[in-house]
Design a protein around this ligand. Structure first.
Ligand code: FMN
Length: 194
C-alpha cells in the first residue's frame, strides 16, 4: 500500500493557493487504498534549543529520558517522512524563501543517523526511493529565478536527506496574472503521472 504524506505550511487557512494545489495533487496521486498522512506545519515548531542540540548529538543508546522526550516531536516527524512513498508539500514563498514554519520543520527532520549520515565522501541522504511534489505560490517572485530561495532551498534540502525525485507545481507571480498562474499550475497537475 502506498503512503502519501501531505504537508501544508501556508499561514492562511482560507484562500490559500498552496493548500488548494497541494490538496488536488494529493487527491490525484492517491489511489484506492493509499494511506494519507496529513500534517499542517503552519504554526511551526519551537526553534532548536541548546538542550535539543545536545540531545541530538548524544548517541541514541546513551540518551536520558529527558533527552528522549526533547527529541520526541522530531522523531515523530522523521517517522512519518520515512513511512511516506510520496510527499506533497504546499509551499508559499515568504520573503523570497520558505515560511519560517517550514524552516523549523527542516531543522527537526535533518537528523544525522536517521535521515542522513556522514561518510568518507561527505553526507549521504538516507530517505531514498521517495518522490516529492511541491506546490509553490508567490505574488511577484518568479519560481526558479535567482531571487527565489524557496524552491532551490527545498530541492537542495530534500536531496540532502535522499529525496532526489522532486518536482514543482508553480502558481507563481499571482499578483501579476493570477489566471495565467493558476492555469499553468492546473496543467502541471494534470501532467503529473500517478
Ligand atoms: C508574509 C508574506 C511574505 C510574502 N513574501 C513574498 C515574496 O517574497 N515574494 C512573493 O512573490 N510573494 C510573497 N508573498 C505572497 C505569497 O507568496 C502569495 O500570496 C502566496 O499565494 C501565498 O501562499 P498561499 O496562497 O498558500 O497562502 C508573501 C506573502 C506573505 C503573507
Amino acid at each position: 500500500m502506498m503512503t502519501l504524506l501531505h504537508i501544508d505550511s501556508s499561514a492562511r487557512q482560507t484562500g490559500s493557493v498552496t493548500r488548494d494545489l497541494s490538496a488536488r495533487i494529493a487527491d490525484q496521486l492517491s489511489q484506492g487504498g493509499t494511506e494519507v498522512i496529513r500534517r499542517d506545519i503552519s504554526a511551526g515548531f519551537p526553534v532548536l534549543s541548546e538542550d535539543w542540540v545536545s540531545a541530538n548529538f548524544t548517541p541514541a543508546t546513551e540518551r536520558t529520558d529527558a533527552q528522549k522526550a526533547i527529541l520526541a516531536a522530531s522523531d515523530a516527524l522523521v517517522e512519518e517522512l520515512k513511512a511516506a512513498d510520496t510527499i506533497v508539500i504546499g509551499l508559499p514563498i515568504y520573503n523570497f524563501s520558505v515560511p519560517a514554519a517550514v524552516k523549523t520543520w527542516i531543522d527537526l527532520v535533518a537528523r544525522a543517523g536517521l535521515t542522513f549520515k556522514y561518510t568518507e565522501n561527505g553526507p549521504e541522504g538516507l530517505l531514498t526511493g521517495k518522490r516529492a511534489i511541491i506546490a509553490v505560490a508567490s505574488g511577484g517572485t518568479k519560481a526558479g529565478s535567482e531571487i527565489d530561495f524557496a524552491t532551490t532551498y527545498m530541492r537542495h534540502f530534500l536531496g540532502f536527506i535522499g529525496i532526489t525525485d522532486v518536482s514543482f507545481v508553480s502558481a507563481d507571480q499571482m499578483a501579476i496574472d493570477a489566471d495565467a498562474a493558476l492555469q499553468g499550475a492546473n496543467q502541471q497537475i494534470e501532467a503529473l503521472a500517478a
